[in-house]
Write a protein that binds this ligand. Structure first.
Ligand code: ADP
Length: 727
């Protein structure tokens, strides 16, 4: 799909949002909206879904209706849009009658670009009639997974949205979600009745998050350790039961920590006040059950601590996904213990007995639970495991941002021998038993069941009696993660051997077994890169300024400006308006409204502390890691074509990939192969101009270069030259 028609939208984005480049799949998603073609976008939290319908709504004119499940979510988006100078409203039960009337008037006059509503309201007869009078042509469905009961967050009111296509047959529907396995995806398309939709599934990886699984040995101390590492920063501590939430939060409060509990057992008032305090940055720490979630748009959450295991990988991905929406580093730690899965099983069983969920959901719940437990015990890179779970490949060998890749675990000596013992035990019990029984046999337990089955006579009986249950369970999961074992059955899964298992037993293949280390946690690459060159004192001052402004307007601070923008300000320290324009996230409205005040703070701070301003920023840490990955597939073909000096259109045509993807391939090609001459892609005179601008303002970000060149040279060409000049 070509994106040449996106130039006007890009100009709008620059003007209102102050962003200078699109993120992966945004171009494709926006093109579908502009063309009025149904679409479905699946990208992780923080990837920038909202912009995909907001910017085209401005470009197309008319009214785009956005469906969102929670009032709090809508409010944040509407406040954020207005701060960028975009006419947006939300219609909900909290409005006064005169507000409602005035909004309705504005809508009928075509003065509103984005209208936010709940699904219940949207499908009511009266409201549909009203929308027909407004002449709505586009619907954006946020959190679209709520429509599928295969997902982990089914909401019956979303089911009604199935009627939309019948009521508005001419309108296009666009669905957005951060989490959906193949099965859920198919269900969403079916339920919404999307017609020949453009389906865009992005990478599920969140490189700015680091993931760790640590054995839960002393919950209290481990929680405090985490808080110590994140002083003055925002975080969520997830617990399994309400009782745990109350205990942990009371304990922390007694120690002087400013935190608030949140669970479904609290009054609506208490919940709202906790959520508001967190949003307004009056409180940085929330201790919560799963109930705390979807309404949380705070973009500068720096850690998520799971004091217990969540009940599915989807939940884990969504809960950890709330961290680092601003693209800056954030830490996700899961305290794991075998007790949690037992507790969850008991809770699931009880919900079936109490008729809270239909019995046929039980197998689905158990499958989700077992998958989560397997993740926690696995020995495969966490980023890889998560991405694979959602059906995608992970290319890098080492993510440099998880416990396994950072070396927080130690390899088990004799891993192959241990693996062989485990696998032969599975063979001896004829692949007819589950994990618990295999562990009992290996540890030589003297239970009635073992005796009845005569399993104490097996040659593998007691073969690993010197190891404890927890280690054995972890290792079995690690063997599953390496495809040597597989589980069959949902409710009472049994262990089966695979081809890989036989190769391991015949010593044709090695396996890796690990044990967690309780050593100090190392920082990930993202952690190190994120604060490089940022003056923390100035960052704090700017944060205070943002807080005051937010309080005065009754907005959450992150709606005014993201932490990423604050860090850039504290890193480049612009001294004048021209330089301030370089900063990502500062569009025209913000420049006008707060530009002067920001400059004043920066100039004063820099003078007082005698630090330089207008720093041309080129990050060292953000440079690509030295590990060279193998180039395969379409990318390898693109490299061949670039070597043969094919032009961009030709490569795009031959590979049938988007323009953005081809530019990405070309950047990678330039970085790796260092061709002497790229004049085929960037004419010499333009190359020289870009190079001169880079000398002036640095190559850390593209926007300053773009602005210096009077916004006349396309971003693609700037990117290519930046890559070419990299040392
Ligand atoms: P999602 O809905 O996918 O979780 P959001 O729409 O909330 O993500 O976007 C996350 C953050 O990224 C927001 O602060 C948003 O303004 C910002 N953002 C979106 N697109 C871009 C872009 N192209 N460049 C820079 N920032 C962006």
């Amino acid at each position: 799909m070509a994106h040449d028609n996106l130039a006007p939208v890009l100009a709008l984005i620059q003007k209102h949002w102050g962003y200078s480049a699109l993120r992966p799949l945004q171009a494709e998603a926006m093109t579908a909206v502009l063309q009025g073609r149904d679409s479905f976008l699946v990208v992780p939290t923080g990837a920038g879904k909202s912009l995909c319908f907001q910017a085209p709504a401005m470009e197309r004119g008319g009214t785009t209706v956005v469906v969102s499940p929670l009032i709090a979510l809508m409010k944040d988006q509407v406040d954020g849009l207005r701060a960028c100078g975009i006419p947006a409203v939300q219609l909900d039960s909290s409005l006064l009658p005169e507000e409602k009337r005035s909004y309705a008037q504005d809508l009928l006059q075509g003065a509103i670009r984005l209208l936010y509503v709940s699904p219940e309201r949207l499908v009511s007869e009266e409201f549909c009639q009203f929308l027909k009078r407004v002449g709505v042509h586009t619907f954006a469905i946020d959190e679209a997974h709520c429509i599928s009961h295969w997902g982990h967050d089914f909401r019956p009111e979303y089911r009604q949205l199935g009627k939309l296509k019948d009521i508005f047959p001419q309108a296009a529907i666009h669905a957005y979600t951060a989490t959906a396995t193949e099965r859920v995806r198919e269900d969403i398309v079916k339920q919404l009745g999307l017609r020949n939709p453009v389906i865009l599934v992005g990478s599920f990886d969140r490189p700015n998050l680091s993931y760790r699984v640590v054995p839960r040995v002393d919950k209290e101390a481990q929680v405090l350790e985490m808080l110590e590492r994140h002083k003055n920063e925002a975080g969520i501590i997830y617990c399994l039961r309400r009782k745990d939430v109350d205990e942990v939060s009371a304990d922390l409060q007694a120690k002087g920590v400013n935190c608030k509990p949140y669970h479904a057992g609290l009054s609506q008032e208490d919940r709202k006040s906790a959520q508001d305090a967190f949003s307004q940055e009056q409180c940085n720490i929330i201790v919560a059950t799963i109930a705390f979630g979807m309404g949380i748009d705070r973009s500068n959450i720096r850690f998520i601590l799971h004091a217990n295991m969540p009940k599915s990988v989807e939940h884990y991905q969504q809960e950890t996904g709330r961290a680092g929406r601003d693209g800056l580093e954030a830490e996700c730690v899961l305290l794991h213990s075998g007790e949690d899965i037992q507790m969850w099983k008991w809770i699931c069983q009880k919900s079936v007995e109490e008729n809270k969920v239909p019995p046929d959901f039980l197998a689905n719940m158990m499958r989700h639970l077992n998958d989560m437990d397997a993740y926690a015990r696995g020995s495969v890179c966490r980023h890889r495991a998560l991405v694979n779970y959602f059906g995608q490949k992970y290319e890098a060998d080492n993510c440099a941002a998880c416990d396994l890749c950072l070396g927080d675990t130690e390899p088990v000596p004799d891993a192959v021998v241990i693996a062989q013992k485990i696998l032969s035990c599975v063979a001896r019990v004829q692949e007819r038993f589950g994990i618990n029984h295999v562990i009992s046999v290996l540890r030589g337990e003297n239970s009635e069941r073992i005796q009845t089955l005569n399993h104490d006579k097996l040659t593998t009986y007691g073969l690993l009696k010197e190891h404890d249950k927890k280690d054995l369970r972890d290792w079995i999961y690690q063997l599953i993660g390496q495809d040597a074992l597989r589980k069959e059955g949902d409710e009472y899964p049994i262990l089966k051997l695979t081809e890989v298992a036989w190769e391991v037993m015949r010593k044709l293949r090695a396996v890796r077994l690990v044990r967690p280390l309780r050593a100090a946690l190392r920082q990930s690459r993202a952690d190190l890169a994120a604060w490089e060159g940022v003056d923390r004192g100035l960052f704090e001052e700017l944060r205070q300024f943002r807080k005051k402004l937010a309080d005065a307007r009754g907005f959450p601070p992150y709606v005014i400006m993201s932490d990423a923008t604050l860090r850039e300000l504290a890193q480049q320290r612009p001294s004048n308006v021209a330089r301030l324009k370089f900063i990502r996230g500062i569009g025209e409205a913000k420049l006008r409204e707060m530009g002067e005040a920001i400059l004043k703070i920066i100039v004063l701070y820099c003078k007082e502390n005698q630090i330089p301003m207008d720093v041309a920023w080129t990050s060292k840490a953000a440079r690509p890691a030295k590990v060279k990955q193998h180039v395969t597939g379409a990318k390898a073909r693109a490299f061949d074509l670039f070597r043969e000096k094919a032009d961009l259109e030709d490569v795009q045509h031959q590979l049938n990939r988007s323009h953005g993807t081809i530019i990405q391939y070309l950047c990678d090609y330039i970085r790796r192969e260092r061709p002497d001459d790229i004049s085929l892609y960037v004419p010499k005179d333009i190359y020289d101009k870009i190079a001169a601008a880079i000398r002036e303002v640095g190559s850390g970000q593209l926007k300053p270069i773009f602005v210096t060149l009077e916004e006349k040279v396309p971003y693609d060409q700037i990117r290519l030259v930046v890559e070419h000049l990299r040392v």
